[in-house]
Design a protein around this ligand. Structure first.
Ligand code: I3S
Length: 129
């Protein structure tokens, strides 16, 4: 099934390149596997693409027709600093209701802080809905 965000491309809150690793899937711990990802925050979802769109920053969506690598529903998700979970700097930890957990990281502190604010705002909005 297509992620719900594709139904409404106007709701993109933020997009950009981040380093990402999943650390748990359905409550089961996974081995870290850090890698770059094009991340799109839109609607109630966080969507991960392997590649950025070809015309950054004109296009906020992934490459035309490209399929996301994965996406998660942020309703009820928990957001926290990830500093206890990684030796990297500027790390965010997200845990979703079904127990999927991942870390997002940027070498640029301001970039990660902006993601933190955007994610917090979306999660708080979803909590009120
Ligand atoms: O939380 P950990 O186990 O210290 O995370 C590190 C390891 O996953 C390591 O992989 P291997 O154990 O397969 O060699 C990764 O290469 C590191 O990047 C992980 O630590 P950081 O601190 O980068 O999240």
């Amino acid at each position: 099934p297509l992620p719900q965000v594709l139904d409404d491309p106007h709701e993109v809150e933020r997009s950009g390149m981040l380093n990402m690793t999943k650390i748990a899937q359905g409550g089961r711990k996974l081995r870290k596997n850090w890698g770059p990802s094009w991340v799109v925050l839109a609607g109630n979802s966080l969507v991960f693409y392997r590649e950025p769109p070809p015309t950054v920053p004109c296009t906020v969506w992934g490459p035309a027709g490209s399929r996301p690598e994965s996406s998660v529903d942020l309703r009820g998700a928990a957001l926290a600093h990830g500093r206890q979970l990684s030796s990297r700097r500027n790390v965010l930890h997200i845990r979703t209701v079904p127990g999927h957990e991942f870390l997002l990281q940027s070498d640029h502190e301001a970039e990660l802080r902006a993601w933190h604010c955007a994610l917090r705002a979306v999660i708080e909005r979803l909590d009120r809905e």
